[in-house]
Design a protein around this ligand. Structure first.
Ligand code: SIN
Length: 530
């Protein structure tokens, strides 16, 4: 494998280095920048993140008749016994004040006629507590207000179009990273007193995903390579309702649509959720996704339908302008037509294990948001808790980074590194392997799993690894493929090990929940693969 001589590479040295530009990254940056120089690095443009596409909203107990305690109870119930109660308590108690800050910073959360915040309902919530903005464009509105502050901040620099190849680490300590400037092909070394990973999840390892193309598990894979412990990687959430139109992107149809009363119908036009759960369309996501899969199998169909035809069209148009517009391209009218939907991969509950101060088990390396697993989501995430997680834990990561920034700058001791490096003329069709990986993962580690299919899939991934890891790719797609492969192996290995069904992890060969053996987290470290 090629070596990179770090002495020949231009270098930068902010106090705090943050990978990502979603809500966790931006929140961390604003806190750390109070007394430190901060650099945000992203492989694409600063807008491209899961946060930007979030529709439904951000959950917080802000209504006078709601409480953090009630929000805590709902989160724990949906997490199926694997949430860390202290982490959830931190989320629900610190969340409302931070949401208030978002309002002060200009996030235009929607209000009702009497100027009170308009709160909606989603699956698993016992109370209307979801704040939303511009109807169904909440993530975009939050990003806009955070970006404005980041952009105006004199201590924050934004480095776009830089692909992070690997972390610089030695003896369990992180010193920064090596990045590839995508346009010029030049390398860059960035050393920092604290490095925060806030790169989001791994949705792109599945064929059908609500996530943007950038979510290839880069942060998880590079933390794993640096020796960080990965936790609960088997818990991958599928969103029940993404648009199913041949040739169309798997566009999310927000759960808030069901929160406002939409019905799910099978291809015979029957409502079916009552047969699966008394909460009907507002059961937690894992329940609704499995019910849809059952119903599709029962009726021999490729999808089910969402119907809003019985709701007030004025309300529908006001609440969901973004979805309405997206559907118009396919000549579908949200107020009248049946909208074809099916589940797609949406969110990773597992990730880089952190404590409640966002610290990983690699020194000077912090992680926050979807890339991390700090115990908030357990085996299944409660709807609209992810933006709140990014806000709370991103803020926490910023505070910890600020502490590290007061210490002297450590210098990476090695002169050379052997990261996965680019090389031209690779004899592999990257697009083909990528498509095969997505299909394999969807088949083996989708909504319902079994040991035999996963064992076969893992053998295939291990075989691909032999030649994919040894290559030095010149393209971002190739580098991403290596990260996707590492994440797919982690998901399937963890899913194979957990011989029970719990939350988002359902096994047809182990259909029961087994608290005696499995009411615990599953951790994997690089050493387990050696
Ligand atoms: C949605 O709008 O349904 C997505 C919100 C979430 O993932 O929590």
């Amino acid at each position: 494998m090629l070596e990179l001589d770090l002495r020949r590479v231009p270098s930068l040295g902010p106090d705090v280095l943050i990978c990502g530009t979603g809500i966790a990254a931006l929140s961390a940056a604003l806190v750390a920048a109070e007394n430190a120089s901060v650099m945000l690095v992203t492989k694409s443009s600063s807008q491209e993140s899961n946060t930007f596409y979030a529709q439904g909203g951000i959950a917080a107990a802000v209504a006078p008749d709601d409480s953090p305690e009630a929000h805590l109870r709902d989160t724990l119930a949906v997490g199926c016994g694997l949430c860390d109660e202290a982490a959830v308590r931190k989320l629900v108690t610190e969340g409302p004040a931070l949401v208030q800050k978002l309002i002060e910073w200009g996030t235009p959360f929607d209000r009702s006629k009497n100027d009170e915040l308009h709160l909606t309902l989603e699956g698993g919530h016992g109370h209307r507590r979801i704040l939303h903005a511009n109807g169904d464009a909440t993530g975009r509105a939050i990003e806009k207000s955070l970006h404005q502050r980041v952009h105006d901040h004199p201590n924050i620099t934004l480095l776009e179009n830089h692909f992070v190849i690997d972390l610089l680490h030695k003896d369990g300590v992180c010193y920064g990273l090596v990045a590839l400037e995508i346009k010029s092909g030049r390398f860059l070394k960035i050393e920092a007193k604290a490095t925060i990973l806030a790169t989001g999840g791994l949705g792109q390892i599945y064929r059908e995903s609500t996530n943007p193309d950038v979510t290839t598990g880069d942060g998880m894979a590079m933390a794993f390579r640096a020796g960080a412990t990965m936790e609960d990687m088997e818990f991958v959430q599928f969103h029940p309702t993404t648009l199913y139109v041949a040739g169309a992107r798997r566009f999310l149809i927000s759960e808030a649509v069901r929160g406002e009363g939409a019905h799910l119908l099978n291809t015979k036009g029957e409502r079916f959720m009552a047969r699966y759960d008394e909460r009907e369309e507002l059961a937690p996501r894992d329940v609704v996704s499995r019910a849809i899969v059952d119903e599709m199998q029962r009726t021999g169909a490729t999808n089910v339908f969402l119907s809003l035809a019985h709701l007030d069209p004025k309300m529908v148009l006001e609440r969901f302008p973004n979805i309405r517009q997206a559907l118009k391209q396919y000549h579908l009218d949200l107020t009248k037509d049946r909208i074809p939907v099916r589940p797609a991969c949406h969110y990773t509950m597992g990730g880089i294990r952190t404590d409640l101060e966002a610290r990983t088990d690699v020194g000077r390396l912090l992680a926050a948001g979807e890339v991390a697993a700090c115990g908030i989501h357990g085996a299944n995430r409660l709807a609209s808790n992810s933006l709140l997680d990014g806000l709370v834990m991103g803020t926490e990561a910023g505070k910890q980074a600020l502490k590290l920034a007061q210490e002297p700058q450590p210098t990476f001791p090695d002169k050379k590194v052997t990261p996965i490096l680019p090389r031209e003329e690779i004899p592999i069709d990257v697009d083909d392997v990528r498509a095969s990986l997505k299909s394999l993962d969807s088949r083996a580690a989708g909504i319902v799993r079994d040991g035999e299919t996963m064992t076969n899939a893992l053998q295939m991934l291990d075989f691909w690894q032999n030649y994919v890891y040894s290559e030095e790719f010149a393209t971002v797609k190739g580098l991403e493929l290596q990260n996707m492969l590492a994440c797919a192996q982690l998901v399937i290995r963890s899913a194979l090990k957990r011989e029970e069904s719990r939350g988002a992890h359902q096994r047809s060969d182990f259909p029961q929940t087994d608290d005696t053996r499995w009411k615990r987290h599953l951790d994997f470290n690089r050493r387990d693969f050696e």
